[in-house]
Design a protein around this ligand. Sequence first.
Ligand code: SAM
Length: 205
Amino acid sequence: MIEFWNDRFAEPGFAYGRQPNAFFAERLGAVGVGRVLLPAEGEGRNAVWAASRGWSVTAFDLSHVARDKALEFADGAGVDIDYRLASLTDPWPEGPGVFDVVGLVFVHVPSALRPLIHRAALLACRPGGRVILQGFTPRQLETGRGGPKDPDMLYTADDLREDFAGGEILHLEERLVELTEGRYHQGQSAVVEAEILRPDSSLRE
Ligand SMILES: C[S@@+](CC[C@H](N)C(=O)[O-])C[C@H]1O[C@@H](n2cnc3c(N)ncnc32)[C@H](O)[C@@H]1O
């Protein structure tokens, strides 16, 4: 797994481009700046964009190649990001209840792990904070385009409704969108988009 990602990110250029994911950028741009956490952030396109707009950015990924590229990218863009080398299954940075936004952009794990990762994302938000997510649905396999080829790594709006139980769903939609993200995310793609609020009331940690 680590070798797969290190090899991909060792290729020339940016696998998913230098521009942020459009859904993430649109939704993040609609809330006031604060602290954002970007798990599995790859080469840093979302992190650098958020930092350049005044967000305090913490990111992590298991690929050291991705991390090195992201830090160089941030340096070139004249912004600071806190980018750690860590797995989604490690304890998440800063502990629970800290971030205004957690951005999950094409974060795909086996289905047995997925609810735990999504729960961790919601708990990493401060009360009143939110998760902004875009990922591929199983319909993406029909397009033959980017994303995991293993159906077990893909998810639907119904999956997210269950994973984020206890959160307040502000937006949840499966859509076909035109992706223009580097070499690997191109063309009409089947995604699910979500924005989920961590309520003020207590959510068990
Ligand atoms: C499709 S890329 C998306 C990268 C980034 N979120 C973006 O949108 O550009 C998936 C990322 O997940 C990372 N990843 C996969 N499994 C992981 C794990 N268990 N822990 C941390 N990162 C992981 C990979 O290294 C890769 O950077």
